[in-house]
Design a protein. Structure first.
Length: 154
């Protein structure tokens, strides 16, 4: 199974949509605990509307988000704390159910997991995939970055 990931840090909604479309993503799975953003275009309802207009499905799986203690640890660069807190989150019954839903959704059509952090290594979406889909072919997308394979060498 192939699963894409994408973070919207430093991106516009248009750049995010363009990156998803270029990769052939047909569904965005929002794995934020709190789907609100100070960045224009990334709060849940506005983002969902923009995606639907672009022909991309939107699903929010709140239980797969990071609890407050984990978000604080991530902001402070305390990845060890984030890992511990998030492992506990994934043990909760709601998270177990939603992790199964996420895998089913990703099996149905090309899907990307969304969170804030641009770099997947510092984000819980990488921890999520390691825990529930260790065999997945993970492709990290970076909005606003041209696909270098499209550039000809001069």
């Amino acid at each position: 199974m192939r699963i894409f990931t994408i973070g919207y840090e430093k991106a516009t909604q248009a750049e995010l949509v363009a990156a998803l479309k270029a990769a052939g993503v047909e569904r965005l799975i929002d794995v934020r605990a709190v789907p609100l953003s100070r960045r224009p275009g990334f709060s849940k309802n506005i983002l969902a509307r923009g995606l639907v207009e672009a022909g991309i499905d939107y699903v929010h799986l709140r239980a797969l988000g990071t609890p407050p203690e984990g978000r604080e640890a991530a902001r402070k660069g305390r990845h060890d704390v984030l890992e511990r807190v998030y492992a506990g989150q994934l043990d909760l019954p709601e998270a177990i159910v939603q992790a199964g839903q996420m895998l089913e959704l990703a099996a149905e059509k090309p899907s990307a997991l969304l969170c804030f952090e641009r770099e997947p290594g510092g984000c819980h979406r990488t921890l999520l995939l390691r825990a529930v889909a260790p065999q997945a072919d993970v492709v990290d997308l970076f909005p606003g970055v041209p696909d270098l394979r499209d550039l000809s060498v001069v």
